[in-house]
Design a protein around this ligand. Sequence first.
Ligand SMILES: [Zn+2]
Length: 122
Amino acid sequence: MHELSIALNLVEIVDEAARRAGAERVVVVHLRLGAMSGVVQEALEFCFPLATEGTLVEGARLEIERVPLVVACASCERDVQPAEGSFRCPLCGALSMLIRQGRELEVTGIEVPDPEPAMEEP
Ligand SMILES: [Zn+2]
């Protein structure tokens, strides 16, 4: 399954980051998931616990933040949200659009049992 290899990959990244930070365990993994990432959220949530077995991430909760698809219309230059599966601008009908957001598949943070959060961006 596609999502299992993604889950394994995410767990590997988090496990490594946690080890580097000297953490013994990870309790929460925060993930941003774009509507166009090609990942089925339910499948990822199902695979995640399997992927964490034997790592520092075992038993951690996966917190997913959904990122809606936003595209910029190349014709009318406005940010629009087209209907699902459509690349036609709902405002002017043009077909050429640039994806601004919605492809995200990234770990934005991890939480360890210590009250200090580990991977915080400065
Ligand atoms: Zn447009």
